[in-house]
Design a protein around this ligand. Structure first.
Ligand SMILES: CCCCCCC/C=C/C(=O)SCCNC(=O)CCNC(=O)[C@H](O)C(C)(C)COP(=O)(O)OP(=O)(O)OC[C@H]1O[C@@H](n2cnc3c(N)ncnc32)[C@H](O)[C@@H]1OP(=O)(O)O
Ligand SMILES: NC(=O)C1=CN([C@@H]2O[C@H](COP(=O)(O)OP(=O)(O)OC[C@H]3O[C@@H](n4cnc5c(N)ncnc54)[C@H](OP(=O)(O)O)[C@@H]3O)[C@@H](O)[C@H]2O)C=CC1
Length: 283
């Protein structure tokens, strides 16, 4: 197994001896975060539902990475994920609550089960992982950092209103937990991410994706490694001083702008299509 290449921007050994758990660490932004944390010297445990994507990412990172499969919406799975990291390394310094998502849909077409699915993942799953990490690892150790990854929903997300509400909840929880757990030596911060070039964007309707980079004042999408750098910064001693903060990383473009319905998205009847379901085998 290889050693990760050193970080391009952080001092060697910034996170030596630390252990990080990254949910959704097998793909996209989670993979970039896990890769940079390992490059800074951390041992990383990556979690998600699909073994094959986790194994492929762990192989790419090298000996610093290990894998645990599970669904953060499930209480037993979530506990097993945290306990596996603890059993393997004896400590947990950083939790990156990165697993999250939603589907693109007009607000009036959201079924109750769909609303609940998005909240169970983004709010309940994030809460469960944070509480387990605090109870089982961070409070007993008297220290730890939790980084919650959210969308930047600061203009509201028409087209993803379930996620808009869920991510706002995560921002509020971040501020509340930072206060609640400060006396335990635990810092809690959030990253409100803009549009990043990950495979996940391929699932949005083509008219939504077309030309999206040009709508960003920086004239490009965010690069996953830039997100990885921010996660590593927040894992550093500076991150502890930023507890309670939501850091926006969006190239000056919130995740939503303009009118509803978006003119490029309406069909002949004036309707906006809902994102296609993922095939059952890949859920
Ligand atoms: C280029 C610009 C794009 C603009 C956006 C840019 C910003 C990017 C933001 C990102 O977050 S990118 C990362 C995206 N990644 C993900 O979203 C991955 C995780 N997401 C999911 O797993 C799903 O979206 C989920 C809904 C959160 C969970 O899916 P799951 O398949 O596990 O749900 P189920 O339990 O099967 O379904 C429950 C319920 O949900 C409703 N539903 C789910 N998907 C759809 C859909 N596509 N269309 C309509 N309805 C859907 C539905 O009511 C389901 O109930 P049943 O029909 O099964 O009874
Ligand atoms: N790409 C972008 O532009 C933006 C992304 N974000 C947010 O950043 C995070 C990562 O996004 P990105 O990498 O692009 O997208 P991905 O869809 O690639 O990432 C989602 C990850 O979470 C995992 N996951 C999903 N549901 C669960 C679950 N129930 N239990 C455990 N793991 C789960 C997935 O793995 P598996 O399916 O194997 O479980 C996957 O690895 C998400 O929260 C996303 O909403 C925010 C703003 C913009």
């Amino acid at each position: 197994m290889s050693t990760p290449a050193p970080s391009r921007i952080f001092a060697p050994g910034l996170l030596d001896g630390q252990v990080a758990l990254v949910t959704g660490g097998g793909t996209g932004l989670g993979r970039a975060a896990a890769t940079e944390l390992a490059a800074c010297g951390a041992q990383v445990v990556i979690a998600g539902r699909r073994a094959e994507v986790l194994e492929a990412t762990a192989a790419r990172i090298g000996a610093a990475a290990s894998v645990v499969c599970g669904d953060i919406r499930d209480e037993d799975d979530a506990r097993r994920i945290v306990d596996t990291a603890l059993e393997h390394h004896g400590r947990l310094d950083l939790l990156v609550n990165n697993a999250g998502g939603q589907y693109f849909v007009p607000a009036e077409a959201i079924a109750t089960r769909g609303w609940q699915a998005v909240f169970r993942l983004n709010v309940d799953g994030t809460t469960r992982m944070a509480e387990l990490a605090v109870e089982r690892a961070m409070r007993p150790a008297g220290r730890g950092t939790i980084v919650n990854v959210t969308l930047s929903p600061h203009h509201g997300l028409a087209g993803m209103t379930h996620s808009s509400a869920a991510r706002a909840a995560v921002e509020s929880l971040t501020a509340a937990w930072a206060r609640q757990w400060a006396a335990d030596g635990i810092a809690v911060v959030a990253i409100a991410a803009g549009h990043f070039q990950t495979d996940a964007l391929d699932k949005y309707p083509e008219p939504v994706r077309a030309g999206v980079a040009r709508t960003v004042p920086l004239q490009r999408l965010g690069q996953p490694h830039e997100h990885g750098w921010l996660v590593a910064l927040l894992a550093s001693p500076l991150g502890r001083a930023m507890s309670g903060t939501v850091v926006t990383l969006d190239g000056a473009r919130d995740n939503w702008f303009g009118p509803w319905p978006p003119p490029t998205l309406t069909d002949g009847d004036g309707d906006v299509p809902t994102e296609e379901r993922r095939p059952a085998a890949t859920r």
